[in-house]
Write a protein that binds this ligand. Structure first.
Ligand code: ZN
Length: 150
């Protein structure tokens, strides 16, 4: 029993620094209720790259309640979403090679997840950025702000 306690303590010590280093990444969930579980994502200035992992903990399939995570300038969201709706599900509801899209995951359904890593140098100070889901109509509620941390 003592050995087990020691191993548990070592495990905590060993994992703590790893957790701290994970500040350059975050998880976000898209639900069956057509919501994200976060309304903003903070990107520390020290991060050269940032990774977002989108998860779908619900039960609905991609064709009914599909979610992706798209990063763009706030002013481009409406245009991207409109063109994405025309592009259809086979294109993750994004116009292929849309230069306004700064980063995106693929469209996922229940039980799936997908990650995207992007270079933070593409984000300019003083510009407003938004993350959103480009599945039709979802962007009306599934969106949030990108904040730059210090
Ligand atoms: Zn969605």
């Amino acid at each position: 029993m003592k050995a087990r306690t020691l191993i548990a303590a070592l495990f905590v010590l060993a994992t703590a620094p790893t957790w701290a280093a994970d500040a350059c990444s975050t998880d976000i969930a898209g639900t069956d209720q057509m919501t994200y579980d976060k309304s903003e994502i903070v990107i520390p200035k020290s991060c050269k790259t940032f990774t977002v992992t989108l998860k779908h903990p619900g039960e609905m399939p991609v064709s009914v309640m599909g979610h992706n995570w798209v990063l763009a300038k706030s002013e481009d969201v409406e245009g991207i979403a409109g063109d994405g709706q025309e592009a259809g599900e086979s294109n993750n509801y994004l116009k292929p090679n849309d230069s306004r899209v700064l980063a995106h995951t693929r469209l996922i359904g229940a039980g799936e997840e997908d990650s995207v890593t992007f270079d933070t140098a593409l984000l300019k100070a003083g510009t407003a950025y938004t993350f959103f889901c480009s599945y039709p109509v979802h962007d009306s509620v599934m969106k949030g702000d990108i904040k730059f941390g210090s």
